[in-house]
Design a protein around this ligand. Structure first.
Ligand SMILES: Cc1cc2nc3c(=O)[nH]c(=O)nc-3n(C[C@H](O)[C@H](O)[C@H](O)COP(=O)(O)OP(=O)(O)OC[C@H]3O[C@@H](n4cnc5c(N)ncnc54)[C@H](O)[C@@H]3O)c2cc1C
Length: 338
């Protein structure tokens, strides 16, 4: 009989990564994952899943480097194993290009990806609107495969999964000793966090099997990411926009911008269109607190607000969340009734 009941709320890439890390690292815990939406209906499912990141303003850089490195190393091991096709994790090489050189020409993650270098003038000739570029090999993690793969791994570690909308944390306090909140944008309502907001992203999947290399404009708005079955082209970054409907104007603009970067895309067939809302916050919230619920103080570990970098940082922040759960276990004996 396992002693401590832990519940993880959220079945996106953050929830499943965190649930797997807890179930595997803390076998004395019984871990249940609850969510109202599962793959293929989460935001994570539609993410292009390319690993690189921007800096969060108030998180110590060392911590951000660790998040990136831990995630990269974890996914690299999968990409280089027999699990790669089932997990949807692959190496991906290409270019990030800029109209003018950015302030930070070697970003903090450049030492963790493979073969990072600045592009030569000759390589830049094919991008006449751009004067500077970085070439490197990173990872593409397709969550429509990766989430079901993580779910299997979670169940194998003894985890349980249940579909349920959680209206408030009180509902969980009788059954669980520790609550782990990975509800992404849902945290606005679930824990009343007014700092979390949507950044709308629209992407298309196109058939262009001749494309093998990613191209990303450094402004983050235009990108071409070849994947296992199709090429993801995007995108948009509309702050505070919660519309989930496909916008025909955005589709036109995405195609125009991507064809300008890669003219052969003019011949590609559009397979599907998708909109997702990035769960954005000035900084992701990876911390613990004790919340007064039905007359007792219940430890709550938060792990949400990863914005446009959730796939990139999922494993690294999940490892931090396990450390926080461990601290809760040391400080407080289990009290839940069930
Ligand atoms: C167009 C687009 C492209 C992207 N590309 C990339 C990329 O290339 N690389 C990258 O790293 N990131 C990318 N992202 C960002 C990435 O998708 C997110 O950071 C990531 O998916 C966030 O994961 P999450 O688990 O926090 O949220 P979600 O995937 O949204 O999961 C949240 C979960 O919480 C559950 N939930 C919420 N509230 C409740 C509740 N009250 N009760 C029960 N369950 C609840 C939901 O049902 C869901 O299961 C992209 C995003 C978009 C939109």
């Amino acid at each position: 009989m396992k002693g401590v009941n832990v519940v993880v709320v959220g079945a996106g890439v953050i929830g499943f990564s965190t649930a797997v890390c807890i179930a595997e690292a803390l076998p004395s815990c019984s871990v249940t994952l609850l969510a109202d939406k599962f793959s293929p209906d989460t935001t994570s499912d539609g993410a292009a899943g390319i690993l690189f990141a921007a800096k969060f303003p108030d998180v110590p850089l060392e911590r951000q480097r660790r998040w990136f490195k831990d995630s990269f190393d974890h996914l690299l091991a999968i990409a280089q194993s027999q699990h790669s096709p089932e997990a949807g994790v692959m190496l991906s090489s290409g270019w990030q290009i800029f109209r003018e050189a950015p302030a930070d020409i070697r970003p903090f993650w450049s030492e963790f990806v493979i073969g990072f270098r600045l592009m030569t003038d000759r390589e830049l000739e094919r991008f006449p609107d751009h004067a500077f570029g970085q070439a490197f090999t990173t990872i593409k993690c397709e969550c429509s495969s990766y989430l079901p793969w993580l779910e299997k791994r979670f169940r194998k570690a003894g985890g349980q999964v249940q579909q349920m909308k959680v209206n408030n944390l009180q509902e969980l306090s009788n059954s669980y000793d520790i609550i782990v909140n990975c509800s992404g944008l849902g945290s606005k309502a679930l824990v009343g966090d007014a700092q979390v907001y949507p950044v709308r992203g629209q992407v298309l999947k196109v058939e262009a099997p001749w494309l093998q290399h990613f191209i990303r404009d450094g402004d983050g708005k235009t990108y071409i990411y070849p994947g296992v079955h199709s090429v993801t082209v995007g995108g948009t970054r509309q702050e505070g926009d919660g519309r989930l409907q496909v916008d025909a104007g955005d589709t036109r603009s995405i195609l125009e911008r991507c064809v300008r970067l890669e003219p052969s895309l003019g011949e590609a067939k559009v397979l599907s269109e998708w909109v997702g809302l990035r769960p954005s916050r000035r900084n992701p919230r990876v911390e613990r607190e004790a919340v007064q619920l039905r007359g007792r103080r219940v430890p709550v570990v938060h792990n949400y607000g990863h914005g446009g970098w959730g796939v990139t940082l999922a494993w690294g922040t999940a490892l931090d969340a396990v450390g926080l759960v461990r601290q809760c276990l040391h400080e407080k004996p289990p009290q839940a009734k069930l």
